[in-house]
Design a protein around this ligand. Structure first.
Ligand code: URA
Length: 244
């Protein structure tokens, strides 16, 4: 891949801007300034290192990201009342050009503004589709704080299935376990709008706080504090795609 293409593909601005950065000696590859926009770079995802204006970056063919979403952020591409989760990403990830009609890096599914926890983002359409498709039943684990004490009847109903207002077919939790009187661990394999909140309301309780701790085999660990993000490894992506 030519150097100017590489810099552009990673979100460092328009093609013209990238050419200007190279001409100004502001792009270094493997630690050395490179002034030739047509220099051939063996671009290996997660391996090829370069720097733009002193900012070190690793080339990634596609972006697969894990974000620890804080409350007070919207997942939408065009957020309204709250800032978008994209504002938590560095500029190159916000500006990565999408191929064709792709809008670039986007959230895989949605978490509500007040929900915290594990959010995936990507610019790989096939990955986004695979992770969001109801056919694939990717399990998602939620830690739910409830307003009212939980009892066995509520947990039993969540497992047996509850009817929500937009569909006569019951939705059931793949797993539900009361951790203590007001904390429930709930595993869902669908992704209906406000599903956890609506399921808890359907059994006569209410969600006070909601945190997603796991998606498929991927667990949100302490290495990613709230508001921070990291790249997924190739093994993690394969695991999420069911090829691990
Ligand atoms: N269910 C909800 O109600 N909200 C979320 O953010 C995610 C699942």
């Amino acid at each position: 891949m030519y150097l100017d293409q590489l810099i552009y593909s990673q979100g460092f601005g328009t093609r013209r801007h990238c050419a200007g950065l190279i001409a100004a000696g502001l792009v270094a590859v493997e630690g050395r300034a490179c002034l030739d926009p047509a220099a051939e770079i063996a671009a290996l995802s997660g391996v090829t290192a370069f720097a733009v204006e002193g900012q070190p970056w690793l080339f990634h063919d596609k972006a697969y990201l894990l974000l620890h979403k804080p409350a007070g952020y919207e997942c939408s591409q065009r957020p309204g009342a709250w800032p978008g989760v994209h504002t938590l990403l560095p500029a190159p990830l916000r500006q990565r050009p999408g191929g064709g009609k792709s809008p670039g890096v986007q959230a895989v599914g949605r978490l509500d503004q007040d929900t915290t926890g594990l959010l995936l983002l990507s610019d790989d359409g096939a990955f986004i589709h695979r992770m969001s498709s109801p056919r694939h039943h990717v399990p998602k684990v939620y830690e739910v704080t409830t307003r009212h004490p939980l009892d066995d009847v509520q947990v039993g109903r969540l497992l047996a299935g509850v009817v929500l207002d937009d569909d006569p077919r019951p939705v059931r939790a793949a797993a539900a376990r009361a951790v203590d009187e007001r904390h429930l661990q709930l595993t869902l394999t669908e992704g209906k709008y406000h599903q956890v909140k609506r399921m808890l309301a359907a059994v006569g309780n209410r969600v006070e706080a909601l945190h997603r701790s796991q998606v498929g085999p991927l667990v949100l660990g302490p290495e990613v504090p709230q508001g921070r993000w990291r790249w997924l490894t190739a093994e993690e992506v394969a695991g999420l795609m069911g090829r691990g």
